[in-house]
Design a protein around this ligand. Structure first.
Ligand code: HEM
Ligand SMILES: *[C@@H]1O[C@H](CO)[C@@H](O)[C@H](O)[C@H]1NC(C)=O
Ligand SMILES: *[C@@H]1O[C@H](CO)[C@@H](O)[C@H](O)[C@H]1NC(C)=O
Ligand SMILES: *[C@@H]1O[C@H](CO)[C@@H](O)[C@H](O)[C@H]1NC(C)=O
Ligand SMILES: *[C@@H]1O[C@H](CO)[C@@H](O)[C@H](O)[C@H]1NC(C)=O
Ligand SMILES: *[C@@H]1O[C@H](CO)[C@@H](O)[C@H](O)[C@H]1NC(C)=O
Ligand SMILES: *[C@@H]1O[C@H](CO)[C@@H](O)[C@H](O)[C@H]1NC(C)=O
Ligand SMILES: CC(=O)N[C@H]1CO[C@H](CO)[C@@H](O)[C@@H]1O
Length: 323
């Protein structure tokens, strides 16, 4: 009976039976144990986003990093300790920020329902609610019931996260390692429709692509000229630019337009048009409705990677430290 209901939810919400990848997560996991949890998180997130339009990008990236390292278990939120360098202090996390905001949102949930709602769920919901804020409706479904991990290793972040210098086959492999396919890779890379990249993540393409002081020939020359005005040397690691020039705060499918214009900022973005199989997907995502529909489906898949459920892990009291 419950299983039938769940399948029905999946059909209604996701359109197709085969696309319900929630695993053991479910919709409204806290309905009985903390009925206001999702509303508290939404309110708290929206209050912050209204004052800081960069938060949606920060939370979305944080959720991605969480899910790719040990599954979506809140491990990205843990602080380093005297004996351990945590994920958040690994190089790919260089500019992850907003941890303090997640800690605050969790504190608001704790006031209402202590020890019930996991940090992994708080992050998954906050990422969705932050990105959805301007749309006044949730852009994707977040199934809940994740539990928090107790381990966070910087070395695992380095090993599992794709790098902005990755080529197509490496990207495909890193996503496949997480049960995600080429379609998911192209769709989720669309997350780069919001947010920024620091110069050091792409300036090799401007100044020293093959080690001969050259420029990446696959990068739009006009765009490269502009980027050089922003990033004036290879060593600049503090300046940043919008990844989706002109609409870096707007969540839309313009990322794919820029890819087609050879304006993908990172080599990993540009890699998506180097192969026929992904070029076809890029073309499909030029249709806005297709992008929003497919992004929602792939986010549900990403949000279910390696989750801890049942009695696994713990419900952290504070997101930055294990109980
Ligand atoms: C495909 C492999 C990916 C690579 C190599 C990659 C790499 C990067 C890099 C290097 C940055 C810039 C960091 C900085 O300089 O501050 C970045 C930013 C970002 N990434 Fe990705 N990323 C990938 C996939 C994803 C996915 C799947 C998502 C989410 C669905 C995502 C969401 C974001 C967001 C929102 C930002 C902006 C963060 C901010 O402005 O604070 N990325 N990514
Ligand atoms: C969330 O905010 C709305 C609108 O401000 C309010 O009506 C509602 O009571 C709030 N819910 C919770 C759980 O804080
Ligand atoms: C985790 O680290 C942040 C930044 O250093 C700090 O503000 C926060 O208090 C730490 N959390 C705990 C529980 O100590
Ligand atoms: C760090 O390691 C030392 C020696 O193994 C141990 O005595 C100490 O309790 C550890 N500290 C933490 C915070 O885990
Ligand atoms: C992609 O990058 C990997 C790792 O750097 C490398 O081993 C591989 O040869 C590259 N593949 C292509 C097709 O260039
Ligand atoms: C460009 O790359 C080459 C080869 O890695 C290196 O020898 C050279 O110093 C680099 N140039 C600059 C300006 O960093
Ligand atoms: C470079 O970008 C401009 C828009 O900024 C576009 O009009 C042009 O077609 C692009 N060139 C190439 C070769 O993609
Ligand atoms: C290696 C490195 O630069 N790590 C950074 C990761 O992010 C935190 C802030 O969240 C920085 O303090 C670290 O320096």
């Amino acid at each position: 009976m419950r299983k039938q209901a769940l399948i029905l939810v999946c059909i209604v919400v996701f359109g197709v039976v085969g696309s319900c990848h929630g695993g053991s997560l479910k919709k409204g996991y806290y309905d009985n144990t903390c009925p206001d949890a999702e509303a508290i998180i939404k309110n708290a997130t929206e209050k912050r986003v209204a004052n800081d339009p960069t938060l949606p990008a920060r939370f979305l990236r944080m959720h991605f990093h969480d899910c790719f390292v040990r599954g979506c278990d809140g491990s990205v939120l843990l602080n380093s300790t005297t004996n351990n360098t945590a994920e958040k202090d690994a190089i790919p996390n260089l500019s992850l920020a907003g941890f303090d905001v997640i800690d605050d949102i969790k504190a608001e949930v704790e006031k209402e329902c202590p020890n019930v709602v996991s940090c992994a769920d708080v992050l998954a919901l906050a990422a969705r609610d932050a990105v959805s804020f301007k749309f006044r409706k949730p852009l994707w479904n977040v199934l809940t019931g994740r539990r928090d991990g107790t381990v966070s290793e910087a070395s695992e972040a380095l090993a599992n996260l794709p790098s902005p210098f990755s080529n197509f086959s490496t990207l495909v492999q890193k996503f496949a390692n997480k049960g995600l396919n080429v379609q998911d890779l192209v769709i989720l890379s669309g997350g780069h429709t919001i947010g920024v990249g620091h110069c050091n993540t792409f300036s090799n393409r401007l100044y020293n692509f093959t080690g001969n002081g050259d420029q990446d020939p696959s990068l739009n020359a006009t765009y490269a000229t502009f980027l050089k005005t922003q990033c004036q040397s290879l060593s600049d690691s503090t300046t940043f630019v919008a990844m989706d020039p002109g609409s870096g705060l707007t969540f839309d499918n313009n990322y794919y337009v820029t890819l087609k214009q050879n304006k993908g900022l990172f080599q990993s973005d540009a890699a998506l048009i180097t192969h026929e199989i992904s070029r076809i997907i890029v073309d499909e995502l030029l249709v806005s409705e297709v992008f929003f529909r497919e992004f929602a489906l792939s986010m549900v898949k990403m949000g279910a990677i390696g989750v801890l459920t049942g009695n696994e892990g713990e419900i952290r009291k504070k997101c930055s430290v294990v109980n």
